[in-house]
Design a protein around this ligand. Structure first.
Ligand SMILES: Nc1ncnc2c1ncn2[C@@H]1O[C@H](COP(=O)(O)OP(=O)(O)OP(=O)(O)O)[C@@H](O)[C@H]1O
Ligand SMILES: [Mg+2]
Length: 333
């Protein structure tokens, strides 16, 4: 996740203090920016000629993007009477920021296609493959799951018959890493996610709280050092205090692993706190309705979330999401 000094965003200036067009991750030209307190709304003209295809050649835009969606549509049960289009014409590019990574919060009404987008990046069926358009990770078309992408789900996904240590080292085991080495790394990651090696390494998932299980899930993903981390409401089932603790844990870990993170949440506060930018999706079929650049999480969650300007951004996004839903219900969006 990126860090930047606190700035006062102004017209044509992003929260990182650079011109919005210079540090933007989307290819469509910035047509306007809008200061909303701690963040900047970036308006783009996706419809202008030349933007029907996102240009990815290195010479044109620099390094190969981490993730790129080009006019992606997903229709479940395509060609059948129960065909359903979950997302339509979704295009975005997340550039590779070496030694930095980026944190993208994804917000939107239930059913708008957030999990569909994440699983298309992960290469998981039946979301993968897209019905139309192209999904690329590090410049290559996604053909299925890969070690360059890790996923953490809301539902607890540990293997019930494996201990904490064996769960965390599962991926290394699959890659043939010798037991001694993988267990050393596993214990390191048990500590990194705030669990106790002596007390917890031999426990089974049923002996853990929800927060502890999500710590195991995070460690299991991060131990493989994925370039892209996909998190689908990972803290949705946790109580508010545990959730704040987990947000701070995540921020600390991200500064170490420097991956690009896609984080789906229903909590606007969580997206604004964790995100470098927030993508707001419209109702089904989902499209990216708005992109908002927000201040990075450079102080503890409980502290930052009490600040007025933080709350102003949250209210702004809440109104935006409500307006998107109203537009769709009126058949305008
Ligand atoms: N395997 C599937 N087959 C058919 N339709 C599906 C399938 N998976 C998802 N859908 C539909 O696609 C739409 C988008 O689903 P998705 O799970 O991506 O939404 P979401 O934004 O993650 O929702 P939530 O916030 O409730 O998790 C929904 O209407 C859902 O019913
Ligand atoms: Mg979902």
């Amino acid at each position: 996740m990126t860090e930047s000094n606190e700035t006062q965003p102004s017209d044509q200036t992003s929260a990182s203090g650079k011109p919005a067009s210079a540090d933007s991750n989307l290819q469509a030209p910035v047509t306007a920016t809008e200061d909303i307190g701690v963040g900047t709304v970036i308006h783009r003209d996706d419809s202008s000629p030349g933007n029907s295809k996102v240009n990815t050649s290195e010479s044109a835009i620099g390094p190969i993007p981490v993730v790129q969606f080009d006019r992606v549509t997903k229709t479940y049960n395509a060609g059948q009477p129960n065909a359903f289009t979950a997302i339509k014409d979704v295009s975005f590019v997340v550039q590779n920021k070496p030694d930095q990574g980026e944190f993208i919060g994804i917000l939107g009404p239930s059913g708008c296609g957030k999990s569909t987008i994440l699983k298309l990046i992960a290469g998981l069926e039946p979301q993968h493959p897209a019905t139309e358009g192209s999904v690329k990770v590090l410049g290559k078309e996604v053909m299925g799951p890969g070690a360059d992408r890790g996923m953490v789900f809301q539902e607890y996904t540990s293997f019930d018959h494996r201990t904490v240590l064996d769960n965390i080292t599962f991926g290394l085991e699959c890659h043939g890493v010798p037991r001694k080495l993988r267990e050393e790394q596993g214990r390191h990651w048990i500590e990194q996610v705030g669990l106790d090696v002596a007390a917890d390494q031999h426990k089974y998932p049923h002996e853990l709280s929800g927060g502890m299980r999500q710590r195991v899930a995070i460690a299991r993903s991060l131990i493989l050092r994925p370039r892209v981390i996909l998190m689908d409401e990972p803290f949705g089932a946790l109580d508010p205090q545990t959730r704040l603790n987990m947000q701070d844990l995540l921020v600390g870990l991200w500064k170490q692993v420097q991956a690009t993170v896609f984080f789906v949440t229903h909590s606007i506060e969580e997206a604004v706190y964790l995100g470098d930018r927030v993508h707001v999706l419209s109702s089904s079929p989902g499209t990216i309705a708005r992109e908002v650049q927000v201040e990075p999480p450079n102080r503890p969650a409980a502290e930052m979330q009490r600040e007025q300007k933080f709350q102003d951004t949250v209210y702004y996004l809440r109104d935006l999401i409500a307006a998107e839903e109203a537009l769709k219900q009126a058949g305008v969006g």
